[in-house]
Write a protein that binds this ligand. Structure first.
Ligand SMILES: Nc1ncnc2c1ncn2[C@@H]1O[C@H](COP(=O)(O)OP(=O)(O)OP(=O)(O)O)[C@@H](O)[C@H]1O
Ligand SMILES: [Mg+2]
Length: 238
């Protein structure tokens, strides 16, 4: 198993926003974590990445107990994070934004064909190559999303945590981002995906977890979810 989250409990002050969250991601999978607003999806990703500290429970990644690691150590262990708010550096060029992604990540041999280099990222995102010298702030929302995904790949992650990648994007770009996530997964990167666009999520995922308030309410394959319309209606906006 690549990622195993076991009974995580996370609090913001007094509010118990994750209650015994358990989930896992196997090598090569895309796993979707879905649910309505405020259920705790982003907090789950942040608890895995070390951006918030869980009070109890464990996060095991590639057999290593990474519970409570700070984000740079989680990145070094091989986890990439694409945050909800993208966080492109506005005054740095696209190229420099990409190079910043190397920092926390795993150092790898640039001659290994599995290593993500700028050239390889440009092959997946030709738009970034065209605009490589422009400042981050000049990119559109969709382009910033591509840049953030590209930047996370520069750390050579085995697993990407992706939070709402298609939020606020025009339909054509939604499809582009979706297709890029599929390509990245085919290239060997496993993905834990939080996404409000259910169609996009279900078209990418092998398995799905549905969150109710602070807890996991359903876990199963896409076929199992589709066979359960009441569950789908209970946890999702359908
Ligand atoms: N920094 C914070 N401090 C206090 N409470 C927070 C903080 N961040 C989130 N919360 C609360 O924790 C709960 C879970 O939030 P979270 O952002 O994880 O939900 P989410 O499922 O990602 O929602 P959305 O779909 O709207 O992004 C919510 O009730 C939210 O208001
Ligand atoms: Mg969120």
């Amino acid at each position: 198993m690549l990622l195993e989250v076991h009974e995580l409990n996370t609090y913001y002050g007094m509010s118990h926003v994750l209650q015994r969250i358990s989930l896992n991601v196997n090598q090569g999978e895309v796993v979707a974590l879905l649910g309505r607003n405020g259920m705790g999806k982003s907090t789950t990703l942040k608890s895995i990445m070390g951006l918030v500290k869980p009070k109890s429970g464990s996060v095991t990644f590639q057999g290593e107990d990474i519970t409570g690691y700070p984000p740079f150590k989680a990145a070094r262990a091989g986890i990439g994070y694409v945050p909800e708010d993208r966080r492109v550096f506005p005054n740095l060029s696209v190229m420099d934004n990409l190079f910043l992604g190397i920092k926390g990540g795993k150092i790898q041999d640039p001659n290994n064909s599995n290593t993500w280099t700028v050239e390889r990222i440009f092959r997946h995102f030709p738009m970034l190559e065209k605009r490589s010298r422009q400042q981050g702030r000049l990119l559109s929302g969709g382009e910033q999303q591509m840049l953030t995904i590209g930047r996370s790949l520069m750390g050579n992650p085995s697993l990407l945590l992706v939070d709402e990648p298609t939020e606020g994007l025009a339909p054509l770009l939604v499809k582009e981002v979706r297709d890029i996530l599929e390509e990245i997964n085919k290239a060997g990167v496993s993905i834990l995906l939080v996404e409000h666009n259910i169609k996009v999520a279900l078209s990418l995922a092998d398995r799905v977890y549905l969150m109710g308030k602070a807890h996991i309410g359903f876990a199963g394959t896409i076929a199992e979810l589709e066979a359960n319309p009441e569950t789908k209606a209970k946890y999702l906006e359908v």
